[in-house]
Write a protein that binds this ligand. Structure first.
Ligand code: SF4
Length: 254
């Protein structure tokens, strides 16, 4: 059976096989999945920030400044969003709004606002599913994902940028998956790829070499083989269970 792996699917599988089963395979859960999905304020804030940055770069370079960013966040947030979006109180929502402003302020102050933008998500406005791209990657295996921004460097090669509003990661697999996606779709070399951690201001950058790509490819295929052969879907209890939408159905609930 064809399997499509994205960075988030891999994260879920590596965190907990049972959660992966619930999320992508369980036919009973599939019927009620929409009702089970809880709005999480950190995720909502993250998605408003991503949308704001996309819209920001859709403006002409000379109009990209702090007042424009403030205006865009206000439009995107359309607040107060309230409990439908997981915000328990107006104070909590205000706090998250201010956190978003702080991260975007850091961005405007420290990042290059006039890169040669090569590709941006088509949404917003519209549906973010439109931005999900897939490529064939092996026997019965496709890779999928959504790339935040791609810039063109002076030599014609590409640089991929991935915005992060949460915790810092210590592996580059996600970045290398984006390299595979962009090189296949645009038929251009990706020379650099980086995370921009908007909370800390850290921007780890890698220059993907053939050896890095080979190792990443082996790892992805190994994970795909494990998923294809998986029979147990064992739960893995961790602090991430607090963020799992399927905890009520989990065999490890106790
Ligand atoms: S509650 Fe925890 S152990 Fe159970 S499926 Fe979710 S993440 Fe896995």
């Amino acid at each position: 059976m064809l399997l499509t792996l994205s960075p988030s699917k891999i994260n879920i599988y590596l965190n907990c096989h049972q959660q992966y089963y619930f999320e992508y395979l369980d036919p009973e859960i599939a019927k009620i999945k929409k009702q089970l999905k809880k709005k999480r304020v950190e995720m909502e804030m993250g998605s408003f920030i991503h949308d704001s940055l996309t819209l920001f770069f859709k403006n002409p370079a000379e109009e990209r400044n702090w007042p424009k960013m403030v205006e865009i966040l206000k439009q995107v947030w359309q607040g107060p969003r309230g409990e439908t979006y997981g915000f328990k109180t107006i104070e909590q929502e205000r706090d998250f709004y201010n956190q978003a402003l702080k991260m975007l302020k850091w961005f405007v102050k420290n990042e290059n606002l006039k890169p040669d933008v090569f590709a941006l998500p088509v949404s917003p406005p519209g549906n973010s599913f439109d931005d999900y791209i897939t490529i064939p990657f092996g026997e019965n295996l496709d890779l999928g994902g959504k790339i935040d921004r791609i810039d063109k460097l002076a030599n014609g090669n590409l640089e991929i940028v991935d915005y992060k509003t949460g915790k810092e990661k210590d592996d580059n697999l996600q970045l290398l998956m984006y390299v595979f996606l962009a090189e296949k779709i645009f038929e251009k070399r990706v020379e650099k790829v980086k995370y921009i951690y908007l909370k800390s201001g850290n921007c780890p950058t890698i220059t993907p070499e053939a050896e890095d790509k080979e190792k990443a490819k082996e790892k992805i295929i190994d994970i795909a083989n494990q998923i294809q052969a998986e029979k147990d879907w064992a739960p893995h209890v961790s602090k991430l269970c607090d963020y799992c939408d399927y905890i009520a159905f989990c065999p490890a609930k106790k």
